[in-house]
Design a protein. Structure first.
Length: 402
């Protein structure tokens, strides 16, 4: 098959997060299965580049923003597709990067890979939707004789991500939880194929060992409300009260905090001013440097309010770290509680305190859990298993497309 992946993000282009990680891995997996794979991704450079990476071709296309990428990639993709047509394309629902391509080439089969739609991300992060603020907005609009548009109300028919979902010839999702949520909230009966995210364990990743006398706990991900960062922050003073030999490492770019005009990192530093010697912020770290973070950590915590199927969780487990996740979302499908990790309820600082202090008192469990976590990633999400599942989906899509 001649396969094209359309994604604004890629680890060697604009390294944004889980979508880019997935594109980098699945492209390598499918090229190893002897398919011809080309990736069309964004770049902040002024000139387009073509790179050969892991037996697939990466097109880095200059673009000003995520929003402009849809138009920029269409022109570039069209020239290549017209010269030598692709059999199938895959793109994410998030940002609808491949929407314009599908609209132009309706005869080209498209698989949409679900990650987490923007409306879900926005609803989980929203700090500004109090009743008082909504009433103020409505009254202000009426006083100015303007049409009242309820900006907080989600209308799926106006959503490009919902549009590309409906245009898809096949749809896949890494977690059952996301399938259930999409089918309910988008009122759809469309079949969505369950295919977990693939993960390739590099040799260095599986050999990582901690090298500190302190127990370092890493939070890796964007510093935002939906990631459960506020619950973790609330738990830290109580943890340190019982065990001052614990340090916390925050890895990720800050988003908005509950205080208007203040970013999340600044907010956390102010809130934890008495614990400043036990916390450290590294900001955004690209994918290649994650190993150095994991080398410093014994435990990784992802206390998300809701999560799909985070690569940070897979990476930490592959590196033999004891991982704490939540029951809400796809992490409950990755982690087997008390076997290869720990699951806690979302919005529960008390559970965070209890689990971390339990592990600190029983450090031998950290290593045991970490070994089992590594084994789970090895057998459940390896490139051979997920590659076959993906290949089968593409084959069925082409057959059904006719």
């Amino acid at each position: 098959m001649r396969i094209a992946y359309i994604s604004y993000e890629h680890p060697f282009g604009i390294d944004g997060g889980g979508i880019g990680t997935y594109i980098g891995i699945i492209s390598e997996v499918m090229s190893e299965k002897n398919h011809c794979v080309e990736v069309f991704s964004g770049s902040r450079d002024a000139v387009a580049q073509i790179r050969n990476i892991n037996n697939y071709k990466l097109h880095l296309i200059p673009t000003k923003s995520k929003n402009s990428f849809k138009d920029d990639v269409l022109e570039y993709f069209s020239k290549i597709h017209d010269h030598k047509p692709f059999d199938i394309i895959e793109t994410a629902e998030y940002s609808a990067d491949g929407l314009n391509i599908k609209k132009k080439f309706m005869d080209l089969p498209m698989v949409v890979r679900l990650h987490t739609p923007s409306y879900i991300v926005k609803s989980l992060n929203d700090n500004n939707n109090s009743l008082k603020q909504r009433l103020r907005f409505i009254i202000g609009a009426l006083l100015r004789f303007r049409k009242v548009t309820l900006f907080w109300k989600y209308i799926k028919e106006n959503d490009e991500e919902f549009e590309i979902f409906n245009l898809a010839d096949s749809i896949s999702s890494p977690s059952t939880k996301l399938i259930e949520r999409i089918q309910k909230e988008w009122s759809t009966t469309r079949n969505i194929e369950l295919i977990p995210n693939p993960f390739i364990i590099r040799k260095k990743l599986s050999q990582i060992k901690f090298n500190e006398e302190y127990i370092t706990i890493a939070f890796i991900g964007k510093l935002e409300k939906r990631k459960g960062i506020l619950d973790l922050v609330d738990s830290i003073p109580r943890i340190l009260q019982y065990n001052p030999k614990i340090k916390f490492l925050f890895v990720g770019s800050p988003s908005l905090s509950p205080i208007n005009g203040m970013d999340m990192e600044t907010y956390i530093k102010k809130k934890l001013i008495k614990n400043k010697n036990s916390i450290e912020f590294l900001g955004f770290v690209n994918h290649e440097k994650i190993m150095s973070i994991l080398e410093r950590s014994r435990i990784c915590i992802f206390p998300s309010i809701w999560e799909n199927f985070p690569y940070t969780c897979l990476e930490a487990m592959a590196a033999k770290k004891a991982v704490i996740g939540t029951y809400s979302g796809g992490m409950a499908e990755i982690i087997d509680h008390n076997v290869n990790g720990f699951l806690i309820p979302p919005h529960s600082p008390r559970s965070i305190v209890k689990t971390i202090l339990y592990l600190a008192k029983n450090p031998h469990l950290i290593d045991q859990i970490g070994e089992r976590a590594h084994d789970k990633i090895l057998y459940a999400y390896n490139k051979h298993l997920i590659g076959d599942m993906t290949e089968n989906l593409y084959t069925r899509t082409l057959r059904n497309f006719g």
